[in-house]
Design a protein around this ligand. Sequence first.
Ligand code: PRX
Length: 631
Amino acid sequence: MTDRISPDGEIYYPTPEVVAQARVKDWDALAKSALADPLAFWAGEAEELEWYRRWDKVLDDSKKPFYKWFAGAQCNIIHNALDRHQKTGKKNKLSLVWVGERNEVRTYSYFALNRDVCKFANVLKAMGVKKGDRVTIYMPRIPEIVIAMLACAKIGAIHSVVYGGFSVDALQGRIEDSESKVVVTADGGFMNGKVVELKKIVDDAVRHAPTVETVIVVQRTGHEVRMEPGRDYWYHDLMKLPLATGVSATEVMDAYDPLYMLYTSGTTGKPKGLIHCHGGYMVGVYSTLKYVFDLKDEDRYWCAADPGWVTGHSYIVYGPLLMGATTFMYEGAPTYPYPNRWWHLVEKYGITILYTAPTAIRGLMRFGESWPNRHDLSTLRILGSVGEPINPEAWKWYHRGIGKGRCPIMDTWWQTETGMFQLTPTPVVPLKPGSATRPFFGQDAEILDENGGPVPDGEEGFLALKNPWPAAAITIYKDPDRYVNQYWSKYPGRYMAGDSAKRDKDGYFWVIGRTDDVIKVSGYRLGTAEVESALVSHPAVAEAAVIGVSHEVKGQAIYAYCILRKGFKESEELADEVKAHVGKHMGPIVRPEKITFVDSLPKTRSGKIMRRVLNARAQGLPEGDVSTLEE
Ligand code: PRX
């Protein structure tokens, strides 16, 4: 990971073909005018979508940092994602092309997707789900996850998608905090040729969740699962009921009404449920996808993330549908059964835009260029990267080996909180491998020091965003104070991202990593606190501290330091058992790479674990200033 900042300062200019096709040819001109009047820019973007009632004010900032975009407007994101397309030729266009790990194919036109969403919306209503109710969705990457999300949005219910790779403790915590009435899941999913038993995990998780009245189960694997009478229903049975058929009215929402909540890890404590709303989110996601991936009617766009993360929410589900685009979704892992699975899919389905994460690129890079070289990848037009810094070596491999030097790479920096891209090029912007380039239209970013003073170009500091933007999370569920404290109080009037970064002399930003206790494992965001509490839930572990250590493929891997309880003796077997325990309770991605048993942990006198010291030890580096270390 040390080669991340391209040492020779290479610049990749767009090819004439890219410029000729680009929606915005003069980036500087649009960036300048949008920055001069961001509200006018955003109002213009909002005009391209349909509203039930127009806004009184583009931005009401009277209660900042609770910015209210399109104040007074009424809308529903589903109206723009599905309803309006029924009146145009898009009705017959493919909205979703899905391929299963076992090669099954399912396609949905905009008409068919809308029909199924209406049906499932009717089912949810019949189950008593009302506007504002929370619904937890815990599913594999299958079309029904999209249908369930859209059906919730249609009736004004708030979906809370929990990533299918998480396990029982993570799921239970999120169901409890959101007080969900309904859980939508599947009998299982296929990943790497194996079945992931989602329903069993749901059974364990809802046992202690009194708010859950109904569990709806999609049949995916056909494996036998236990169905609890009066609580559990098969999705396919419900969808056949007469009550499911017929149109379902799209609920009229205020622009600021919640659309969904998504849990993410922060500095301390439990994951927080960030809330995104219908109006501003819809405009921000639509506009960023349009300009950055330059989506056109003829594109076949593939965002290879999981719908369970914000990338999936914004850029698999909502963004492409708002654009009336064709989105591609694949159930399985990139290298199963062979490392050419993705390249085979690109060729077979004529993918034009591929958006993925550095960890996937590095993982595929390991197998060499002979795998992509077996396939015709000439349909690709634009590539994308998200989730963590991309090292120039991986960037160049992606650019050369996959994009054949033709396709610009959109390195998009953003967060669950921001809802939409913040630092990103568009196809015509000259690229520097490893830099997410410059702020999106209407946005401005700064590098600040501890006290909020500016940091000179080329030096590292805290990344802050200057302007409000429409797709920002509007609050943290049940904890608005935390929302203010976490993001908006360190630098008054600025959004504090929680990342460190540099800006170079050309105004390009280079994101380095998190400044807090967040670890990015394969691009997945995990909090040290969550992992530590899973570790101490093992009977042998008295105390634990975890850090993220640089990893060639995953970006970061989890290293855990554990103090054993009296009566337990350290051994390899015990370390493996503790790792398996974390994997079982929190999910495979949370499983530590390495466990070291220690007699004590470096702590400050006030009892805070000094992760900096653990990091230095793990890398064999000097421990630095340890004057605050407890005796
Ligand atoms: O550290 C940054 C990193 O991912 C964090 C946000 O994680 P999450 O909320 O899970 O959202 C990920 C997908 C939007 C950021 O604080 N990050 C995200 N994209 C990039 C990145 N770091 C460097 N370059 C990126 N392109």
